[in-house]
Design a protein around this ligand. Sequence first.
Ligand code: GLA
Length: 400
Amino acid sequence: MKKIILFLVLFSPFYLKAQKFDNLAMTPPMGWNSWNTFATEINEKLILETADILSSNGMKESGYSYLVLDDAWMAHDRDSQGNLVADPIKFPHGMKYVSDYVHSKGLKFGLYNCAGTQTCAGYPGTRGYEYQDARFYAAQGVDYLKFDWCHAEGENAQEAYKTMSKALKQAGRPVIFSLCEWGTNKPWEWASSIGHLWRTTGDISSQFEGLKDNGTWKSNGVMHIVDLQADLRKYAGPGHWNDPDMLEVGNGMKPGEDRAHFSLWCMMAAPLILGNDLRKMSPETLSILTNKEAISIDQDELGIQGYRASSENGLETWIKPLKNKELAICFVNRTEIPISVQYDWSKNPVHDDLSKTDIDFTQDTYSIKGVWEKLPKINTKKAFKGTVAPHDIILIHLTK
Ligand code: GLA
């Protein structure tokens, strides 16, 4: 009898129901995070100024709505009741003050912690405090929690993230739950009922190709991350996204590389979490980050992650099926020299089982729109011709 009851409980729709909050992140989350530029050097002034800029320079209207404080917002010790405490020097008015300010600007507020005993930068981790910390976040008005994986020796990733997800649910304030365990335990296979996005790789660095050696660890150039994430597309969709890490646009790469990085994140339906100093952003960086067409490709409601359709001599062709049978196509030049593209549509039908897309360009004609540069009136009856600059892309949008 006991076995039957256990079976019924385990397989009841209630038990199988997602632990996370539903109907959040139905398109890839967009916002800003402090880590890529500021690491542990964060404070109230910086965050308030960032909220002012995000909400006044067109970025909020472009969709960037979550302002997330990464590691090092906390004091080194919990209080006598075991509650987390904001660092009193960096955040003299406390975290609720910052959260209220961010909300008053029409933005949403996020914080960071870790499943282990300490965060990666050595601040109090959540292990053993999941329910208490979740209540703390709810009381602080947190809308987004990034949850890291340092100092988690001996923990089972799936169980640890599930516990935090349940704790957040029980605390009652709807929150996007962002898993940051770097792909180590293949979260794409188990996290879609637990969280809304999961990192697929280690940390990004502001370089186009290869790995960056940081002494004891290596971070990943943009294209290295793209290569690692390319095969995970079947796991992504509305409410549950592969996360190839935050953006490095505006952090020192060349304009073409920034454009390519941003375009590929859009092609991969990646979360668009800015990682640059908004106070010092050039007009060129702002124009990349607020390109409406590119963002609409990322935010397409079908939520299909694009795929690499071909790769030849450093030229890659990426395809992302969009709503209304539209398509985004991105030609990526990974080499150091310009490459001419001549793309004969009649020889390149699109067959994608995942999105059930089947397009034969000899039967169907599409208009072609340039995302980064205006094109003359052209369509798919004639081969597409262009030159892709080194470490750059051509991104086009095909509409009926
Ligand atoms: C890890 C994460 C980063 C950042 C730092 C903070 O490396 O992957 O994104 O959150 O920790 O210490």
